[in-house]
Design a protein around this ligand. Structure first.
Ligand SMILES: [Zn+2]
Length: 415
């Protein structure tokens, strides 16, 4: 009988062999007809070849789509082979990235929901899954919705509803699963309390959250679980990559779906490390694939066996945060540099800072401004911020000289 360590090594070797086989099969077509990757990649015969392939960052994709609108050159097939288009939330300050799926790659997304994310959370065919999501162009929970149908569950759209309507619909339809961002779940809980709805008395037993790391943050998870009387799970994914991971019964981190991706964690010098930036290669989205893609997420990885039985590596505590400093407004992530980019176009603004607070469980962000001259109106700037970022950020004028200044890196986010 083999030891547990030997078994685990054999299983790792099997996984690596599966990854390499999938990569080689997929790359074959990509290197034949995908102009973006033809210009960057060479054939991969083994892991040494793979590790020599260049890293690609979001900026490369944004530049490519800007130079070759509307979809860029990362296309393995003519556009008429694709059946869906979604886009990123535009939260990193760049223009939104558009991403196309073929019927095959969409089906790959859905199978990851059924085989991994829903399964890990114990969601089954008989469940009723409520989606507190607006179903706009942002990919968000679209794949989860279709994945729920495929599982045989009842998929319930919460699009076009107020928060109170969502709370009532969730309860009236006897939903057993809620899908939302973590902050929005807390918002729903607040509204439920205001209108006298007891969510813990409903049949809801599971909540799954994406978009923010909240479901892997113990205090946030505990607040959601107490408000809904349900077990709360995390899910990670990216518009341009696909669904990458999920928390498990241990809920102390996020397993990465290594049968469908190659994941690497690299330090700032690009060397493999236990802690660093997550780099991913998807193995089932060959119409518009990503090879060695820098996610911008900071992670700390564990290869220890997990008591849930998963053989996949685990990000301890989920995604730690973006490599850059990030803040969140209504479930959408922003960076200080995006605000700065707008504010600096207004020469009357001498200095600014981003003030973060919490109100009714939602992040409340105010831009503090020191303004020179007699006219201290902020309407123009507020309108520009709203136009550029897609959310309303209030501005407040503060006395000259009251904001922190530094000759080195400014402390831009105050909380
Ligand atoms: Zn686990």
């Amino acid at each position: 009988m083999r030891s547990a360590t030997a078994q685990s090594q054999a299983s790792q070797d099997e996984l690596r062999a599966l990854q390499l086989a999938k990569l080689r099969a997929g790359l074959d077509g990509v290197l034949r007809s995908n102009p973006f990757w033809r210009a960057r990649l060479t054939n991969v015969n083994g892991w040494d070849d793979f590790e020599r392939l260049p890293l690609t960052a979001k900026g490369d994709l944004v530049a490519d789509q800007a130079a070759h609108p509307p979809f860029g050159t990362n296309l393995t097939h003519p556009v008429d082979r694709f059946v869906r288009v979604h886009q990123t939330s535009g939260s990193s300050g760049d223009r939104p990235l558009r991403w196309l799926d073929t019927a095959e790659s969409w089906s790959w997304w859905l199978s990851i929901w059924a085989d991994h994310v829903y399964r890990a959370a114990g969601v089954r065919g008989g469940d009723r899954i409520f989606f507190a999501f607006s179903f706009g162009p942002f990919i968000g929970f679209w794949s989860a919705f279709d994945g729920a149908e495929q599982l045989g569950a009842l998929a319930i759209s919460g699009a076009g509803m107020t928060t109170e309507q969502r709370v009532r619909s969730l309860v009236d339809l006897q939903s057993t699963v809620l899908m939302s961002t973590p902050t929005y779940a807390l918002r729903m809980a607040d509204v439920a309390k205001d209108v006298g709805v007891d969510l813990t008395a409903s049949p809801l037993r599971v909540t799954i959250h994406a978009g923010e790391p909240g479901a892997s943050i113990p205090a946030t998870r505990a607040a959601i679980e107490a408000a809904f009387g349900a077990a709360c799970f995390d899910h990670t994914g990216m518009t341009e990559l696909g669904p990458t991971g999920h928390s498990c019964s241990q809920r102390d981190g996020v397993h990465l779906v290594e049968s469908e991706y190659i994941f690497e964690v690299l330090d700032s010098q690009g060397r493999p490390a236990a802690e660093g930036e997550l780099v991913a290669t998807n193995l089932g989205r060959w119409g518009m694939p990503l090879i060695r893609y820098r996610t911008g997420d900071r992670v700390s990885v564990s290869h220890e066996p997990c008591s849930c039985g998963s053989r996949f590596m685990k990000l301890a505590g989920g995604i730690r945060g973006r490599v850059d400093d990030m803040f969140t407004v209504r479930g959408v992530n922003f960076f200080p540099s995006q605000v700065e980019d707008i504010v600096r176009r207004h020469p009357r603004v001498a200095e600014f800072a981003i003030e973060r607070g919490r109100e009714q469980q939602m992040d409340e962000v105010t831009i503090l401004l020191e303004i020179t001259g007699d006219d201290s109106s902020t309407e123009r700037l507020e309108a520009d911020l709203r136009h550029a970022l897609g959310v309303r950020l209030g501005c407040r004028v503060v006395p000259a000289g009251s904001l922190p200044r530094s000759e080195l890196k400014a402390k831009r986010v105050l909380s």
